[in-house]
Write a protein that binds this ligand. Structure first.
Ligand code: COA
Length: 221
C-alpha cells in the first residue's frame, strides 16, 4: 500500500483520474480502471480486469482474471465474477453504427455469482445471491437465489447464500442449506427468501468461512 492512499494498485495497472476507489481495495497486474468509475471498499480486481467509464461497483466485490466490466454495468456488494466471464453493453452491435449513448444497463444484485466463462447478455438483472454456472449464457432476468445453468441459461433449482443447491422443500415448504443450516422458503411463486437472515444483512462472522468441500456438503442427506 502506498502512504498517500488506502487502496493498492499494482505498478503494472492503470487508473485514470478522476475515479473513486474504496479503502482496502486491491487492483492487481495489468488492470485498467477508467475515469469516473466508482469501486467500493475491500474489492479485489484480479489480473487483466477492465473497469470502464461510469461503472459502479459496491463493496467486497471479487473479480477474477480477464474480466471486462463495461459502461452500463452496476455491481452491488459481495458480487463474485469468475475468471473470463463476459459482460456486454450493446445488444445489437454494428461496427458502422455509433451507439455510445445507447449502452444498456446490466445490474448484478448483492451477492450474485457469475461462474467462469459465463456470458451475461446486457439489459438483464441478476437477482441477489443467484448463481450462474460456468459457461452459462444469461439472456433474461434472474430471480434471487436462482441457480442457472447452460446455453441459454435455464433455472436448475435454488441455491443458498452459501452457494449450496437447496434440497426439495419439506412439507412446510422449508429448504435447509446443508452448509449453514439457514432455512429458505418460496414465499410466492418464483420468490425465495431466507427465513433466518435478511437478504441485505451481513453474514455473521462464524458463517463467513467455508469448512466443508462442496462435494461433501452436496452429498449430505
Ligand atoms: C453450478 C455448479 C456449481 C454445479 O456443479 P454440480 O453441483 O456438481 O452440478 P450438479 O450435480 O447439480 O449437476 C446437475 C446437472 O447439471 C449439469 N451441470 C453442472 N454444471 C453445469 C454447468 N456449469 N453448465 C451446464 N450444465 C451443468 C451436470 O452435468 C448435471 O447434468 P446431468 O444431470 O445430465 O448429469 C458448477 O457447474 C459450476 O459452474 N461452478 C462454478 C465454478 C466456477 O466458475 N468457479 C469460479 C471460481 S474459480
Amino acid at each position: 500500500m502506498s502512504e498517500e492512499r488506502d487502496y493498492f494498485v499494482h505498478e503494472s495497472a492503470y487508473v485514470d483520474l478522476p475515479c473513486r476507489i474504496g479503502k482496502g481495495t486491491k487492483i492487481w497486474h495489468f488492470c485498467h480502471v477508467m475515469k469516473d468509475a466508482r469501486i467500493g471498499e475491500n474489492c479485489i480486481l484480479g489480473q487483466n480486469v477492465l473497469v470502464s467509464t461510469g461503472v459502479v461497483i459496491g463493496n467486497n466485490v471479487k473479480v477474477q482474471n480477464n474480466v471486462a466490466i463495461y459502461t452500463g454495468t452496476v455491481i452491488e456488494d459481495d458480487v463474485f465474477l469468475g475468471p473470463s466471464c463476459v459482460l456486454t453493453n450493446v445488444s445489437n452491435p454494428r461496427s458502422q453504427i455509433v451507439r455510445h449513448d445507447l449502452y444498456e444497463r446490466t445490474v448484478l444484485r448483492r451477492g450474485a455469482t457469475v461462474g467462469a466463462n459465463a456470458t451475461i447478455v446486457c439489459g438483464t438483472e441478476l437477482g441477489r445471491y443467484c448463481f450462474i454456472g460456468a459457461g452459462a449464457v444469461v439472456t433474461k432476468n434472474v430471480p434471487d437465489y436462482a441457480r442457472m445453468l447452460g446455453v441459454p441459461a435455464r433455472q436448475a433449482g435454488w441455491v443458498s447464500r452459501h452457494g449450496i443447491p437447496l434440497p426439495p422443500p419439506d412439507r412446510d415448504g422449508i429448504m435447509v442449506c446443508r452448509e449453514s443450516g439457514y432455512r429458505y422458503r418460496q414465499v410466492q411463486p418464483g420468490v425465495v427468501r431466507c427465513l433466518d437472515l435478511e437478504e441485505d444483512a451481513p453474514l455473521p462472522p462464524e458463517q463467513r468461512v467455508g469448512k466443508v468441500p462442496y462435494r461433501n456438503v452436496k452429498s449430505r442427506a
